[in-house]
Design a binder for this molecule. Structure first.
Ligand code: C5P
Length: 285
């Protein structure tokens, strides 16, 4: 059975530009997939089932399971499958792990059940599963707007190495958005400038993440982690998503590996590089 990879993402920039009538926030963000990945193996079965190696994640709450169930129910299909999910991406970390698993499950179960698996078929389901899920049907480098459902593929950035650093606690995205004050909203200019640089083929470092202040206020330990990374990578450190993973833009693989090694006594760390997933796993690219 073929293995599908579900890559993690970083937000190279994330600006909240306002609040919507449905309670969600409007974003302007640049997302980038990186080489850290979960694996999904989907095999035929009568019922729907998921086997996952992370304790304390109930099967029915798993976004990969919910994606397969949504695909089955929307198409009124009498089909099943067993999803074997190998987790490498930390849970509730700001790296989009659950959302990426959901997108990968949509693609892999479509293939198994002989469905079209096109962008047109899967994008509406992705949007229902979560704000970050549509991006993972595109992957690579993309400008993400609205609640997360408007995804514009960008040319790949020059290969970049990052060190990821996560303190030992999980964060609720809803809680961080809830703590954001309107004064912290921005107009999206920094992200649009970065979009222009990427379209011109320039290398990019970091822009800003307007959720950072809200997270640090709620979780002072996240700020302490940021300060540790910033000391090693001054001016090249920022928060991904709603956190608590902090990342730094590195000069090369050796720089990322050395950073990961130095911070690993205190935190979960990984050295990763930017990547674009294969087209057969990203129907909207
Ligand atoms: O869509 P998802 O389930 O990932 O969102 C989790 C929570 O994060 C939402 O319930 C909402 O409180 C917040 N959120 C938001 N605006 C977004 C995305 C998420 O307010 N664009």
């Amino acid at each position: 059975m073929p293995v599908t990879h579900a890559y993690a993402k970083l937000n190279l920039s994330l600006e909240v530009v306002g609040k919507r009538p449905d309670g969600f926030h409007d974003l302007v963000s640049i997302m980038q997939t990186v080489t850290l990945a979960d694996t999904l193996t989907v095999t035929p079965a009568t019922d729907l089932d998921i086997i996952c190696d992370v304790p304390g994640l109930p099967p029915q709450a798993n976004l990969a399971y919910r994606a397969a169930a949504l695909l089955r129910d929307t198409g009124n299909l009498k089909r099943g499958c067993t999803i074997q999910l190998g987790k490498e991406i930390p849970v509730a970390a700001g790296l989009g792990g659950g959302s990426s698993d959901a997108a990968a499950a949509l693609v892999a179960t479509s293939r198994l059940w002989g469905l079209p698996g096109s962008c047109e078929a899967l994008a509406p389901l992705a949007e229902r599963l979560g704000s970050d899920v549509p991006f993972f049907l595109t992957g690579g480098t993309a400008l993400v707007e609205g609640r997360g459902e408007r995804v514009t593929a960008l040319p790949p950035i020059p290969e970049t190495w990052y060190v990821l650093v996560k303190p030992a606690f999980a964060v609720s995205t809803a809680e961080v958005f809830g703590a954001l004050r309107p004064e912290e909203w921005t107009d999206g200019t920094a992200t649009r400038e970065m979009t222009g640089a990427i379209r011109s083929g320039l290398g990019v470092s970091i822009a800003l993440n307007t959720l950072q202040a809200a997270l640090f206020c709620l979780y002072p330990n996240a700020k302490a982690c940021f300060d540790c990374v910033e000391r090693l990578f001054p001016g090249r450190t920022m928060l991904s998503g709603s956190g608590p993973t902090i990342f730094a833009v590195c000069r090369d693989q050796a720089d990322a590996t050395e950073g990961a090694r130095r911070l690993s006594a205190q935190f979960w760390t990984a050295a990763v590089r930017s990547c674009s997933p294969p087209r057969e796993e990203t129907p909207c690219r």
